[in-house]
Design a binder for this molecule. Sequence first.
Ligand code: NAP
Ligand code: MG
Length: 406
Amino acid sequence: MQKIKMKTHLVELDGDEMTRVLWPVIKEKLIHPFVDLKTEYYDLGIQHRDDTDDQVTVDAANAIKKYGVGVKNATITPNRERVAEYGLKKQWKSPNGTIRAMLDGTVFRKPIIVNNIKPAVKSWKKPISIGRHAYGDVYKNAEIKTERGGKAEIVFTDALGNETRETIMEFSGPGIIQGMHNTEASISSFARACFEYSLAETIDCWFATKDTVSKIYDQTFKNIFEGLYETEYKKKFTAAGISFFYTLIDDLVARIMKTEGGILWACKNYDGDVMSDMVASAFGSLAMMSSVLVSPHGYFEYEAAHGTVQRHYYKHLKGEKTSTNAVALIFAWTGALRKRGELDGLPLLSDFSDRLEKTVIETIEDGYMTGDLAAICDPGAKKILDSYEFIDTLAKRLLEGYSESI
Ligand code: NAP
Ligand code: MG
């Protein structure tokens, strides 16, 4: 079989621990036999980030800006224990945070659906993707706890020195106060990323706030979404046969329970934090959740939603078998290769990604899976495979699929 040729490099960001162990196995068994892989490799493993004073993370983000598409492995965000464990110079920042800040993106998460793992919500038949605004609101707030009564005010001094004041509350006893913000630029880029994602996936976009209560703050989110939709996206959505739907957050939550899925749920920062965990767990498992950072400038970075699976890594180091499920990592690769195929006009590369994803899903649906899924699937697993056996099984079935189609 002739290997599929690539035109442009894919930016490859390697990571840590168990996912670093599986990364080369996925490449060797599932990609190299079929694709003449062209990547520009960046080692974001914690040791190399430390050696380069984290310059490698910045270089990798710049490479994504240059080539347009990246695939990222899970990485350690060091805390105090990690500094001691790896003898690091300091607690380096989260690589995801650094990359997100440089690419100005929104994170989209999508469950990978198989028919033998039933969502907890019966009506859900297709994935519900979450687009989470990752800037501002309660995550960048100022808070005060007062010990006695008094007047709380909100004061804004503009660049010309003009003051605007609003009374929040005349307290007669102790209380709590919170101030938060967002920017029009950030909200616009969030809206744009959501609309672009809906178009790329050909799915409807739902967005909700509490604008009846928050008549300036939340209404600004609503107005920006609606304004951008009317001026730039309505025609494109109509042509693609999809729609944009705005409602109140409580109404949307009620409707989500009755939808069959196949939508993008655009969430304000806090809503996205809470609802993405709800959606992921209702669909089954963190190991079955793909994640992509979409930048309004047209850059894409694909990754798994889970971390480096530290607990499994320590078992692996002791020579024990592991049940780490590689599905989300594989989908990071297929997502990135499909996007590369689309951008470079290489239908064979996109077709390869479709085939590999189909192989993964059919293998699990046929009853061959890792322990995490075996614990929740119905009917029960035919065979529970370890991390390597699962990848080997996929490789064999993928090759058989190609042989049959020749
Ligand atoms: P984790 O890697 O997401 O794993 C938490 C638990 O979820 C695992 O112990 C395992 O449960 C289960 N799990 C996650 N992925 C799985 C998979 N592919 N197959 C089977 N089970 C899976 O989180 P963590 O172990 O708490 O964090 C480890 C490191 O990851 C941290 O240093 C953190 O900074 C980093 N992290 C990175 C990213 C990222 O790069 N995107 C995201 C989150 C966390 P059982 O142990 O019950 O089997
Ligand atoms: Mg959360």
